[in-house]
Design a protein. Structure first.
Lengths: 106, 106
DNA sequence: GGGCTATTTCGAGTATTATCGAATGAATGG
DNA sequence: CCATTCATTCGATAATACTCGAAATAGCCC
């Protein structure tokens, strides 16, 4: 993964509002959640939520699929995985720290 | 870890410039690197670099220690670990995805 | 097509952030 | 104490981003 792409994704998760949206989608699992449901849960104005979702989609962290009039949003788990991998690589490339090892052991 | 704290750290890593600084420190390992050395490597103006380092320090991702006239900067590995843990928890709390498992197996 | 629901796009106001040169502060060595 | 080196703070500018109401679009059902 390129550094710039990673930075974009990290930035996308770097605002509490968006991180909460993303967390909600992650917790919803592979079935995803309609936009309206997210809005109900988090109490965000529709236009604001749409804006944040768009940003998350642009970075590839979230996908959308149309079902009739509602749009289902899903967390893109492989993308998250890649991002975690990038961060872990940074950490353990030359450092020899126990970071990833701890995670794996836990 | 609180969501807001995680968001602050993610935001800190969310700009290419800062991510590069952080990566440089991570790769430097526990010995860290003087501010001037980072500047040489990345070619960033001193004031800009100082600004970014300050942000990284505020979020707890980087620490500084004075050695005579030079300031040694170090990546805070436990903080990074906590952040990775937070993201992994988000991912696997209810979703049952294979994310962390894949990382561990790799 | 008319009405209805779900969601996005538009537009504007506000706030935060990045960048960098110049000036300032901190610490050592003579 | 003065000169020197290392790094931060100041100040100003430009760019980017957040927020949200109003208007527009997409798709279904009758």
């Amino acid at each position: 993964m390129k550094l710039e792409q990673a930075a974009r994704q990290l930035e996308a998760l770097g605002k509490p509002t968006r991180l909460e949206v993303y967390r909600t989608l992650v917790r919803a699992g592979p079935n995803g959640l309609p936009v309206g449901r997210i809005q109900e849960r988090l109490g965000i104005p529709a236009s604001t939520l749409s804006h944040h979702l768009h940003r998350l989609i642009l970075t590839g962290l979230v996908t959308q699929e149309r079902q009739a009039t509602t749009l289902i949003c899903r967390a893109n788990f492989p993308a998250m995985n890649e991002l975690l991998g990038f961060l872990a690589d940074q950490c353990c490339a030359d450092a020899g720290c126990g970071a990833a090892a701890d995670e794996a052991a836990a």
